[in-house]
Write a protein that binds this ligand. Sequence first.
Ligand SMILES: *Cc1c(COP(=O)(O)O)cnc(C)c1O
Length: 397
Amino acid sequence: MIPYGRHHIEDDDIAAVVDVLRGPALTGGPAVGRFEAALAGATGAPHAMVCASGTAALHLVAMGLDLGPGDAVVVPSVTFLATANAARYAGADVRFADVDPDTGLLTPETLEQALARPGPGRPRAVFAVHLNGQCANMEGLLAVADRHGLPVVEDACHALGGAYWLEGERYPVGAAPRSVAACFSFHPVKTVAMGEGGAVTTHDAALAERLRRLRTHGMERDPRAFTETVQAFDDLSGDANPWYYEMAEPGFNYRASDLHCALGASQLAKLDRFLDRRRALAALYDRALEPLAPLARPVPRRATEDDGWHLYVVLIDFAAVGLTRAQVITRLRDAGIGTQVHYLPVHRQPYYRALYPDLTLPGADAYYARCLSLPLFPDMEDQAVARVADALREILS
Ligand SMILES: *Cc1c(COP(=O)(O)O)cnc(C)c1O
């Protein structure tokens, strides 16, 4: 069976984790800072904060922006649940935006439409998603967001290793030159695996510091920041009490352990190689699938060299083929090929339907109706691409 995605672990990844196991610190140790420094280096962001998951990263940023009841966060409906749920954790409403029907991406136009819709909630932030590894039009989105005075957060969980252009300058995904922050996931289906893990990159030092506090219950250990001086400092010496810490706002335990961070750092060092392989496989798919047009064609990608290549998605005209998507998926599975659908538009989930019953987003529906993610992972062999393309041609013809 060829899965749609799979992590790639090598001996040195295993050795990195075993080293932590033999050392003194399983969590809260030096592997955390080492991974953060490596991620800051890889993305070009001045600050990187690793945490328990991509979901935790998004939630922490929602808290860092002080989102709450009465606020609304614009989220494209074609994304993983977590992008929207993060806003809900903070108590904010989700203002689902439509997407481009062919790329599934939030566009300046669909962002503008979402902002023009009446409530619920007052728009306070835009969570843009780099779906499939393809970056949203950040220049256009930032222009709209600027006009409305809104910060942009990048859900970059698909796009580590990608890049986008702003005013003629190329920025690695995560550099976040004009967005508040970028959020990453290191779940094993993503390009770099930690087991479970995530990160936020940002150029905002104060935000990074606050997210670090919120990652550990909101605990403050820096005496310069203590406010309760009577209980914080020793009467005689005036020094901070050695056991003392303070909490000004409640956070979570969203830490990533040294075991996870050692694996993440070891994997991150291979990012270029992983990405080259994904890009090469995607190019093979592009060629092998050409004869299937117009019944099936790959999602149009703007700049393949800037793409994070998380998913290789084809858009299939199932009505014209005369098969349902479930039938195609089942026949592919019978041929030993795993596929997946990314994603049921989140506004159609029962929880969100109950909250926002009247919402219809035709672009999201049109993308969802046709999308199918084909296998793509670094271990995949060239012949496997031909096998997938042959099976798809046979089933669709
Ligand atoms: C994977 C993913 C997340 C959540 O990441 P976890 O590490 O699984 O919590 C969020 N957004 C998108 C777009 C993702 O693909």
